[in-house]
Design a protein around this ligand. Structure first.
Ligand code: AGP
Length: 611
């Protein structure tokens, strides 16, 4: 969603702000802007559309000054336009805001009655007016920000500068991410770490209610009441290169190709081969708690929910605990039966997805132990969960999730082994076998990536299809769902994922010669293989086009399909991870051939921090 940057130091602010916003482009946006202070003169430049439009304006007349704020906006209140782009400014106060002000209409009406004139359709502009109103009453910028946020109902990451106080930036947050970057003689603010990496690795993740006053010489952190607070500094290991394309045409392609490395990093330090066990830093459940556990909840959205569905297979198979996988947006609004003897696992790449965060809070408030399987250290979920297992995939920039999915599957597999060992459902020798297969996954991923040329040919053949069906059974059902999600989100082709057994209950009516059906058909578990072969025959009998993902040497499946992609033979629990990769490549190449905006597909945002 929206991105925020802030800078104060000895350098010209505008180029730093624009470069920072570029690092946040992946979050999705439809307009952008910067505001820069030069002594007591504020210059604001805004542009609808891609950042290059803003860059063009800044290049013509660069706003001078060494302190400033910038923003990429993803429209919620008011269409994308220059007027609705942030920063919003009123009488020398300029603000950028992520989040939603629920009571903005009432606040606007009250301010209008006092003579305020609004220049945009946004809720966010209210902040500039509220701050100015307090300044008129003699309050300092930090005080005015405190008063402003005390009047609003909603969520915010808010950053403000003012002509009346031209050396300080004030920022605060509530349910929206905000991170401070510490430099020498300069300091930074951002909604997400990639915007800071070029300048510093020394960061502080702000907590809800924190108010930061940032100058070039330091940062003063207080809580809502003004009392000083101390927050832990975190050192970010990600290199700037990890957030760059490294010669790939798109981030998504780079991220698909680096999955062997990402999986190796997720496994690193966790496999205790001789003990047949798994080590997680920060694991806080005792053997007694795990033995008494009667249910695991998995709470997630989108791709992370699909990995959760595969995780159910892993945990139920190895640890024999019932697992409920819930869409976080549904879970948070029902009355789930959660008890103290349950574990709730929130899965999220970003750690900031509002629905997942709210679902995790709901589970916690009902007594469950909470764990997050997350990729972003310091994110809201990692701060609120009882403990965290990091996926270590490195920054995922493409909106379409790829390496986050495969590393989540690895994390879930490790979790299943750990729970199985603690509950005694898995012997040391059995665990060792699983760990050996997992350790071999990076090599298998490298092999499966070699299918790319063939996948691209297939993409060329089917790129004009209007609809696509993806079928899988058992642990391959989530893979089918994920394949369909990938294709639809980046190529805009209508695609649906189904469990093979459901085909006769409806989707079979869609099959004709124009309908490509991608069938994921590894040979294990055998019972699923036999049934999915039956599905392939049903599709062919009705003139449908079958693209089959089959295991090497499976001549029977190959002979039935119109096109096939061969993947190495693996076990039933590893196969989802491997079989997903050709599907990611297929979506990528179809989208690239159709010329869509692969990394930032229309209407989508990388991290969905609003409902
Ligand atoms: C998948 O490609 C999407 N980007 C989306 O479904 C995503 O997985 C979902 O929004 C959840 O995000 P999270 O993992 O950051 O919580």
């Amino acid at each position: 969603m929206c991105g925020i940057v802030g800078y104060v130091g000895d350098q010209e602010a505008a180029p730093i702000l624009v470069a920072g916003l570029k690092r946040l482009e992946y979050r999705g946006y439809d307009s952008a802007g910067v505001a820069v202070l030069n002594d007591a003169t504020l210059t604001v430049v805004r542009a609808t559309g891609k950042l290059r439009n803003l860059e063009g304006k800044v290049a013509v007349e660069m706003p001078k000054g060494r302190i400033g704020i910038g923003h990429t906006r993803w429209a919620t209140h008011g269409r994308p336009s220059d007027e609705n782009a942030h920063p919003h400014t009123f009488e020398g106060v300029s603000v950028v805001h992520n989040g939603i002000i629920e009571n903005h209409l009432a606040l606007k009406a009250a301010l209008k009655a006092k003579g305020h004139v609004f220049a945009s359709e946004t809720d966010s502009e209210v902040f500039a007016h509220l701050i100015r109103e307090s300044q008129r009453a003699g309050k300092s910028l930090p005080e005015a920000v405190r008063v402003a946020v005390s009047q609003i109902k909603g969520t915010y990451a808010l950053v403000a500068i003012t002509e009346a106080d031209p050396t300080r930036i004030v920022c605060t947050r509530e349910s929206q991410p905000m991170v401070l970057g510490y430099g020498e003689g300069q300091n930074f603010i951002a909604s997400d770490v990639p915007a800071l990496l070029e300048h510093t690795r020394d960061v502080v993740f702000m907590d809800d209610g924190d108010v930061a006053v940032v100058t070039k010489d330091g940062v003063e952190l207080t809580d809502r009441s003004g009392a000083k607070v101390v927050r832990k500094h975190t050192r970010i290991d990600w290199t700037p290169g990890m957030a760059e394309k490294n010669g790939h045409k798109h981030f998504m392609h780079k991220e698909i190709c680096e999955q062997a490395r990402a999986v190796a990093d997720t496994l690193r330090g966790r496999i205790l081969r001789s003990e047949g066990d798994v080590h997680f830093d920060g694991w806080s459940m005792t053997e007694a708690q795990v033995k008494a556990m009667d249910r695991v909840w998995i709470l997630a959205c989108g791709t992370s929910w699909h990995s959760g569905l595969a995780g159910k297979w892993m945990i139920e198979t190895l640890a024999r605990i019932p697992v409920e996988v819930e869409l976080a947006s549904e879970f948070r609004y029902r009355d789930p039966i959660v008890t103290r003897s349950q574990l709730a696992v929130a899965i999220s790449q970003s750690g900031e997805t509002l629905d997942t965060l709210a679902a995790m809070r709901e589970a916690k408030s009902r007594g469950a132990t909470t764990m997050t399987l997350c990729n972003v250290v310091g994110s809201a979920m990692t701060r609120e969960a009882d403990f965290t297992v990091l996926t270590n995939a490195g920054p995922e920039i493409g909106v379409a999730s790829t390496k986050a999915f495969t590393t989540q599957l690895v994390g879930l597999y490790l979790l299943a082994i750990k729970l199985g060992r603690m509950r005694g459902t898995l012997t040391k020798e059995q665990a060792q076998e699983h760990l050996t297969s997992l350790a071999g996954v990076p090599k298998v991923i490298e092999q499966v990536l070699l299918t790319e040329a063939k996948v691209k040919e297939i993409a060329r053949k089917y790129m004009h299809a209007q609809d696509f069906l993806f079928l899988g059974r058992g642990p391959m059902h989530p893979v089918a769902l994920e394949g369909a999600l990938k294709l639809k989100e980046i190529s805009y082709i209508h695609a649906e994922g189904y469990a093979g057994g459901e085909m006769k209950h409806g989707p079979i009516a869609l099959i004709d010669e124009k309908m490509p059906v991608l069938v994921v058909a590894p040979q294990e578990p055998r019972i699923h293989y036999e049934k999915i072969i039956g599905n392939i025959e049903e599709v062919r009998a009705r003139g449908g086009q079958v693209i089959a993902v089959v295991e090497e040497g499976d001549e029977h499946a190959k002979s039935l399909a119109n096109d096939y992609i061969e993947i190495p033979k693996t076990s039933a629990l590893i196969a989802p991870l491997i079989a997903t990769i050709p599907l990611q490549l297929l979506s990528y190449h179809v989208a690239d051939l159709r010329g869509t905006d692969v990394d930032q597909p229309r209407n989508l945002a990388k991290s969905v921090t609003v409902e």
